[in-house]
Ligand binder design. Structure first.
Ligand code: BG6
Length: 369
């Protein structure tokens, strides 16, 4: 049941405030993040972890990339992200001090399941971030951290993606505390941000109208680029993937700093570029770098659509369109910034008369390798 929405994807984008709230629910106790499933792994095991590898495919891998920054920051463990189907074949260096965190909405993606099985054979600790109760991957893993975002029907993942990032942030905070490396101030600040997210997400979802109008005059667009820095980089990759998946438009996401090392050659007159601008209050250095990137592409004719924090006026002179999202800490930016990108893909897909929920050649859950 689409609940009155034109598509499941539209419904699921609208359910994102609730999805975040459901992922957090019961996991913040007295100002501390506490995930019982991780506690059950034993204090010593968590303290001994010296490396984390996140494995996932598609959108889930971008959630993993976003999460990797937060886990490193809070738990002080090196984190890398690998695509599930690449993981096994590189003969990864693993030990009993390695933790493999798989991220999968369905919990049935064969590539990810096979990677988890390989990790289990190698004796590493496996944690599953999953949205589907009792799916195969969480059942096989040492610990299952469910996202509780509710069933996701549209092939293109939206609320599950947001819930996956939220779950990974909770894991980062739990590990930081369990390992004794998370300061009380950092924990309090992060918990405050997390608890405020559902309400801010309501505002991010409300960018729909502005994006629908934007998409209307961009219906003939044949290529779109997305730029982001730090956690904004995986969010840019996700914005590009969404557009490919459901609007069949060629799109690429780049790390903003990489622009001058190649992609800037693509910028031609009228080329649309979405730029995810970091918060100027909480990351002034990154913010100024991204504003310079905007100036560089604008000077070469790019049509700039800037996703900025409310009150950020620095980009106004250089952007053709400014989309405003609520204030948050830089680490939390992508959770909100990705929402207008989801709407953009949905609106372009609709404008082209396509089936938003059932894109050609794709399946919700790919159970073959
Ligand atoms: C792909 C889907 O095949 O699988 C993507 O089309 C999804 O939308 C990816 O992100 C991973 O799926 P899951 O269930 O493992 O998160």
């Amino acid at each position: 049941d689409k609940g009155g929405w034109s598509s499941f994807m539209a419904k699921e984008i609208n359910e994102q405030p609730e999805a975040i709230a459901n992922t957090i629910r019961g996991r913040i106790v007295d100002g501390h993040v506490e995930i019982p499933e991780l506690t059950e792994l034993g204090a010593e095991r968590l303290q001994n972890i010296d490396r984390i590898i996140i494995i996932a495919c598609g959108t889930a891998s971008y959630a993993g990339m976003v999460g990797s920054y937060a886990i490193e920051q809070w738990a002080r463990v090196p984190v890398e992200v690998q695509l599930s189907h690449e993981f096994r074949y590189r003969d990864p260096v693993l030990s009993d001090r390695t933790m493999v965190i798989s991220v999968s909405q369905s919990g049935e993606t064969m590539d990810t399941l096979m990677a988890v099985k390989y990790a289990i054979e190698q004796g590493v600790t496996t944690v599953s971030v999953c949205n589907t109760q009792s799916a195969t991957i969480p059942r096989e893993s040492d610990a299952a951290v469910y996202t509780h975002a509710g069933p996701e029907v549209a092939v293109a993942s939206t609320k599950a993606f947001i819930a996956q990032i939220t779950a990974l942030y909770l894991i980062g905070l739990h590990l930081g505390r369990a390992r004794g490396v998370l300061s009380a101030e950092a924990e309090a600040a992060a918990v405050e941000q997390l608890e405020a997210l559902p309400e801010k997400m309501v505002e991010a979802v409300a960018t729909h109208e502005q994006i629908a109008e934007l998409a209307h005059w961009m219906a003939d667009t044949r290529s779109v680029l997305f730029l982001g820095r730090h956690v904004g980089y995986p969010a840019a990759l996700e914005g590009a993937l969404k557009l490919k998946e459901i609007a069949y438009i060629h799109a690429e996401g780049f790390a903003a700093g990489e622009l001058k090392h190649g992609p800037i050659a693509l910028i031609d007159h009228g080329q649309p570029v979405f730029v995810l601008v970091p918060s100027p209050r909480t990351s002034p250095l990154m913010h100024s770098k991204v504003v310079s990137n905007i100036q560089e592409i604008r000077a070469r004719g790019a049509r700039v659509i800037a996703i900025v924090e409310k009150g950020d006026t620095a980009v106004l002179p250089f952007a053709d369109e400014v989309v405003r999202i609520p204030l948050t800490d830089a680490l939390f930016d992508p959770i909100l910034q990705v929402v207008p990108l989801q709407w953009f893909a949905l609106e372009l897909s609709t404008a082209k008369g396509l089936d938003v929920d059932q894109p050609r050649n794709l399946a919700k859950s790919v159970t073959v390798e």
